[in-house]
Write a protein that binds this ligand. Structure first.
Ligand SMILES: Cc1ncc(C[n+]2csc(CCOP(=O)(O)OP(=O)(O)O)c2C)c(N)n1
Length: 361
C-alpha cells in the first residue's frame, strides 16, 4: 500500500490515526469510544448485509430478479462509513451500495423491488437521507458535492458522503466535483471504494498513481486506508466528517478493498482475472478478520456469533418471501411519475399520448 498523502499546512485529523501503510494505529483503535455492544453491532451488520447480498444473488439465479451487483468483500466500508455518520448526513451512492442502504434502515425486500422491475425508486430518499442509486458512473459525485454546498448555504451542519468506485475517478464528472468541493470548501467526504476492478478493467490499466494523492491538487487532504478494516473505515470517516462539520471542507478517503464477486450477475470474472488474486484477497476478508479480532478481545463468543448467524438466516427468508409476495408491476404510465415536480406541457402531452396508445390494448 502506498504512503499516506500529506498536505502541508492543512489541518488533518485523519492522518494521525493511521500508519504510513494506511492501517489504523493501535491507540486509535482502542480510543474509538465504542463499547462491546457497539463493536458487536458492526459485526452483526456486516453479517446481515453479506447474507442479504448472497440471497439477492440466489434470487437472481432463480429468475426472481433481473440483475444483481454483489458487494461481497466491501462490507467493512458499507458498515463502517454509515456508522460513522449522523442520521441526517446524506449519502449519495452508486449502484453497489445496498449494504449501506440497509445500514440506513431501508427494508431489503423493498430495495429489491427495483431489481425485480416493480419500482422506479424503492425508498424515499428524504426518509433515509439516502439518495437514489446512480447507475451512470460518477454522476452521484457532483450531486454529493452540490448537496453539501447547499447544506452549507442553508447554515446546516449536516455533512454529505459521496461514494464511488475506482473506475469512477476516471470520469470528468469526478474531477469537476473534486474541483467544486475544494473551491467551495463543501462539507463532503469523498469515499472511493477502490475494489481494483471497473468491470473487466484492472486498476493499473485506468489509473496511473494513487487516487488519494489527487486530493491535494484540488486543495484538500486525501488518505489511502485499508478498506477491509471496519474500524479503520469508521475512524477515517468519523474524523473527516467532524472536520467537514466544523467548516474545514472536504476529505478524500481511498479505501482499498476487493470486489470478490462478479461485477454483476451478467459478468463472468474468470474470463479476465486470475484466481490467485481472489485467493490473496479472500485471506483479507473483512468479516473473518473482524470476527477474530472481536473474539480475541473477548467481545464475541460462539453463542453470540451463532445467534447473529440465525438472525441473518431469518432476515434472508423474510426478504425472499416478502419480495415474492410484493405488489404486481406498476402500470406503464408510472414511468412518467417522479420526473418533474411541475411537469412541462410537452411532457404532459407525451404522457397523454402514451396513455391513449394503451387504450384498447
Ligand atoms: C457513464 C457510464 N459509462 C459506462 C457505464 C458502464 N459501467 C457500469 S459499472 C462500470 C465500471 C465502474 O467501475 P467502478 O467505478 O470501479 O465501480 P465498481 O463497479 O467497481 O463498484 C461501467 C464502465 C455506466 N454505467 N455509466
Amino acid at each position: 500500500m502506498a504512503d499516506v498523502v500529506q498536505v502541508v499546512g492543512t489541518d488533518d485529523p485523519v492522518r494521525p490515526l493511521f500508519t504510513a501503510a494506511g492501517e489504523l494505529k493501535a491507540d486509535a483503535r482502542n480510543g474509538l469510544g465504542l463499547d462491546a455492544a457497539a463493536l458487536r453491532d458492526l459485526y452483526q451488520k456486516m453479517i446481515l448485509i453479506r447474507r442479504a447480498d448472497q440471497e439477492a444473488l440466489n434470487l437472481q439465479r432463480q429468475g426472481e430478479l433481473g440483475l444483481w451487483g454483489q458487494y461481497l468483500g466491501q462490507e467493512a466500508i458499507h458498515v463502517g462509513a454509515v456508522a460513522a455518520l449522523e442520521a441526517n448526513d446524506w449519502i449519495f451512492p452508486s449502484y453497489r451500495e445496498f449494504g449501506m442502504a440497509m445500514c440506513r434502515g431501508v427494508d431489503p425486500a423493498e430495495m429489491l423491488t427495483w431489481f425485480r422491475g416493480l419500482s422506479h425508486g424503492p425508498w424515499d430518499p428524504r426518509k433515509y437521507a439516502f439518495a437514489p442509486l446512480a447507475v451512470p458512473v460518477a454522476t452521484q459525485v457532483p450531486h454529493a458535492v452540490g448537496f453539501a454546498m447547499g447544506s452549507r448555504l442553508r447554515g446546516s451542519d449536516d455533512v454529505v458522503l459521496g461514494t464511488f468506485g475506482d473506475g469512477a475517478t476516471s470520469k470528468g464528472d469526478w474531477h469537476e466535483a473534486m474541483n467544486f468541493a475544494g473551491v467551495f470548501k463543501a462539507p463532503v467526504i469523498l469515499l472511493c471504494q477502490n475494489n481494483h476492478w471497473a468491470i473487466s478493467v484492472p486498476l493499473a490499466k485506468q489509473t496511473a498513481g494513487s487516487i488519494a494523492e489527487r486530493a491535494p491538487g484540488y486543495g484538500f487532504p486525501g488518505i489511502r486506508i485499508d478498506g477491509n478494516d471496519v474500524l479503520g473505515v469508521f475512524a477515517a470517516v468519523r474524523a473527516a466528517a467532524e472536520r467537514a462539520r466544523r467548516g474545514d471542507g472536504p476529505y478524500l478517503i481511498e479505501a482499498m478493498t476487493y470486489r470478490m464477486g462478479a461485477h454483476t450477475s451478467s459478468d463472468d470474472p474468470t474470463r479476465y482475472r486470475l484466481d490467485s488474486e481472489l485467493q490473496t484477497w479472500s485471506a483479507k476478508d473483512p468479516i473473518a478478520r473482524y470476527r477474530s479480532w472481536l473474539q480475541g478481545q473477548g467481545h464475541l463468543d460462539d453463542a453470540a456469533a451463532a445467534a447473529i448467524d440465525r438472525a441473518a438466516e431469518t432476515m434472508a427468508e423474510q426478504m425472499r418471501s416478502r419480495l415474492r409476495a410484493a405488489v404486481p408491476a406498476p402500470a406503464g404510465e408510472a414511468i412518467f411519475d417522479r420526473v418533474y415536480e411541475r411537469p412541462p406541457g410537452p411532457f404532459i402531452e407525451e404522457r397523454e399520448e402514451f396513455e391513449a396508445s394503451l387504450e384498447g390494448t
